[in-house]
Design a binder for this molecule. Structure first.
Ligand SMILES: Nc1ncnc2c1ncn2[C@@H]1O[C@H](COP(=O)(O)OP(=O)(O)O)[C@@H](O)[C@H]1O
Ligand SMILES: [Mg+2]
Length: 275
C-alpha cells in the first residue's frame, strides 16, 4: 500500500479541506482523511470516492487516479499542520495531484482538451452512480493545462450514491430513477457534444461490465471506512440495477439537454416518414 511520507500543504478549495502529501512512489496526492472532526461524514464519503474512482478507471474514464494511502503514527506525529484533523493511523484516500489544474471554463481552454469527448462518458457515469455534485459544480472537474494540449480530469466523488443520505434502503428506492442532472458545469460542454457515439460508447461499456467486476470493486473498500457489509451490498445492488437503465437515462439526457437525436427518436421519426 502507498505510504504518505511528507506534508506539502493545504489545498485552497474544498469543504473537506484536502491536504497535499508526497507519497513513497515519488508523487504528490491530494488527501482526504477518514473519520475526522472537520468533515463529519468523511468515512461515508471515502467509500464513495474509492468505489467511483475504481469504476471510472475500469471504464477508461479520466478520473484523477485515486489510491488508498497509509498514514503511519510517525508521519501524523511529525506533521503538526494536520493536528486539527485528529488523523488516525491507517488508510486514507488520495488522488494524484495535477499542479497545472484550472477550472473547466472558457471555450478555448475546453477546446484544447485532447480528451474532450470523454466528457460524454463523465455525464453518463455521473448518472449511473448518482453523482449530483458535478453537473453544476465547476470545482469537481479539472483541466490540467499543458503547452500543447489540455486534459480533463474527474475529481471528488464524495457526493455519489446519495452522499451522506446513502443507506441500503435509500439506494433501493432510488435505483430505477431516470432523473437527469444538469447545471452550469455540464452546460460549458454542450457546444462540443453533438454526437451520440461518445455517449453510447460508455453506455455499452457500463452494460458490458460483469456483476462480478462491480462486486469486487465495491467489496474491496477498506473496512475502516465501511464496516457494514450490508451497506456495501446496497451499493452493489444499486449499481447492477442501474446498469439496465443506463441506456434509457442517456437517451433522455441526449434528447432533453443536448438535443441529440437518440435511436428511439430517429426510429419514430423514420416510422412517421415511411409508415
Ligand atoms: N487531484 C487533484 N489535482 C489538483 N487539484 C485537486 C485535486 N483534487 C482536488 N483538487 C483541488 O482541491 C479542491 C477540493 O477537492 P475536492 O475533492 O473537490 O474536495 P471537497 O470534497 O472538499 O469538495 C478541488 O476543487 C480542486 O481545486
Ligand atoms: Mg469538491
Amino acid at each position: 500500500m502507498l505510504k504518505a511520507i511528507k506534508y506539502i500543504g493545504a489545498m485552497s478549495k474544498g469543504k473537506t479541506r484536502p491536504q497535499l502529501f508526497e507519497c513513497d512512489d515519488g508523487n504528490q496526492y491530494v488527501v482526504k482523511f477518514m473519520s475526522n472532526p472537520i468533515s463529519p461524514n468523511a468515512d461515508k464519503h471515502l467509500v464513495h470516492e474509492i468505489i467511483a474512482n475504481r469504476l471510472a478507471q475500469l471504464l477508461g474514464l479520466p478520473a484523477a487516479k485515486g489510491q488508498i494511502i497509509y498514514f503511519s503514527k510517525e508521519i501524523i506525529e511529525n506533521t503538526p499542520e494536520i493536528n486539527e484533523f485528529q488523523v488516525k493511523p491507517g488508510p486514507h484516500f488520495g488522488t494524484i495531484f495535477y499542479k497545472n489544474k484550472t477550472r473547466p471554463t472558457k471555450k478555448e481552454r475546453i477546446k484544447k482538451c485532447s480528451n474532450l469527448q470523454e466528457m460524454a462518458g463523465v455525464m453518463v457515469f455521473d448518472h449511473w452512480v448518482h453523482n449530483r455534485d458535478r453537473s453544476n459544480n465547476l470545482w469537481n472537474l479539472i483541466i490540467d493545462e499543458g503547452e500543447h494540449e489540455n486534459k480533463l480530469y474527474m475529481i471528488d466523488h464524495a457526493g455519489c450514491f446519495y452522499s451522506t443520505r446513502r443507506s441500503r434502503k435509500k439506494l433501493r428506492s432510488g435505483a430505477d430513477s431516470i432523473r437527469i442532472h444538469w447545471g452550469k458545469n455540464y452546460d460549458q460542454f454542450r457546444p462540443f457534444l453533438t454526437d451520440k457515439l461518445p455517449f453510447m460508447k460508455y453506455v455499452k461499456k457500463i452494460e458490458q461490465l460483469a456483476d462480478s467486476e462491480i462486486r469486487e470493486i465495491v467489496f474491496s473498500t477498506p473496512t475502516e471506512w465501511e464496516p457494514d457489509p450490508n451497506e456495501l451490498e446496497g451499493i452493489y445492488e444499486y449499481l447492477t440495477t442501474r446498469k439496465s437503465f443506463i441506456r434509457e437515462i442517456t437517451e433522455k439526457l441526449m434528447e432533453d439537454k443536448l438535443k441529440i437525436r437518440s435511436s428511439t427518436f430517429l426510429k419514430n421519426f423514420l416510422k412517421d416518414l415511411f409508415p
